[in-house]
Write a protein that binds this ligand. Sequence first.
Ligand code: ADP
Ligand code: MG
Length: 280
Amino acid sequence: MIAMSETLHIIDLQVAVEGKTILHGINLEIHPGETHALMGPNGSGKSTLGLAVMGHPGYDVIGGRVCLDGENILKLSPDQRARKGLFMAFQRPMAIPGVKMADFLRHATTNIRNPERKEGEELIPMRQFRRELREKMEQLKIDPEFARRYVNDGFSGGEMKRAEILQLAMLQPRFAILDETDSGLDADAVKLASESIAEIRGGEMGLLIITHHERLLEHNIPDVTHVMLGGRIVESAGPELAVELHRNGFDRIRANHPVAAEQELASTEPKASATLSQTN
Ligand code: ADP
Ligand code: MG
């Protein structure tokens, strides 16, 4: 039997942003090698869940636990969580002008492989790193020039998503949260992203794919599909649920879950959206 402790276990997680409760008790269990799809209307709390699990400082956990290896990771810094094998590809990744993709990836990859490493200690040898990077870029059909550009600086939407997938390929995390890796991509690019994710995930990686498109799931058939509404997971089922939501939208979900639907209405009152642009 696989030790239960290898599961990513989210228990009754409640999260507030700027004093307002966004997540009202999320329960989710992802075992190694499983793919879960997370769907739901805009503003339902999908990104909030990912960011809270990763430890984004703007997202206050006001209740519940997130356990990995049986350990509650909520007391760990985002950096320590990453070293434990958690990864998130952001819906809107940040630019880091002045830091080249290759340098960023070499640091990140070293830290993940050698979690005890202190800043200033040795990195993965350059030749080995370059070879690995080149292999992954070829596999993902990414232009080698990419490695010399500054992280996400002036990247198109599609390039940012490819950069996130390249990170995923290099870091080989144990659990990855992919937040709308399909947003802003055309159909061909989504297909390529879907294939790329399938190729790099390997046998043991657990995936939580936040998406509106069946396309991204085409090569990553979810073991479980969850629907979020008003900060709650209101339904979980097989891949057929993803197909239904993609076809028919969320009206049936709202009708079947009136409490969450009311919560959704309450949270879509007018608010300042300018502060959201970099974080969600
Ligand atoms: P989704 O990813 O499902 O579209 P989000 O998690 O981005 O939803 O947002 C859920 C709710 O939390 C929304 O009402 C949103 O306005 C609010 N929210 C999320 N992040 C922030 C933030 N950084 N500041 C203020 N409100 C936020
Ligand atoms: Mg989102």
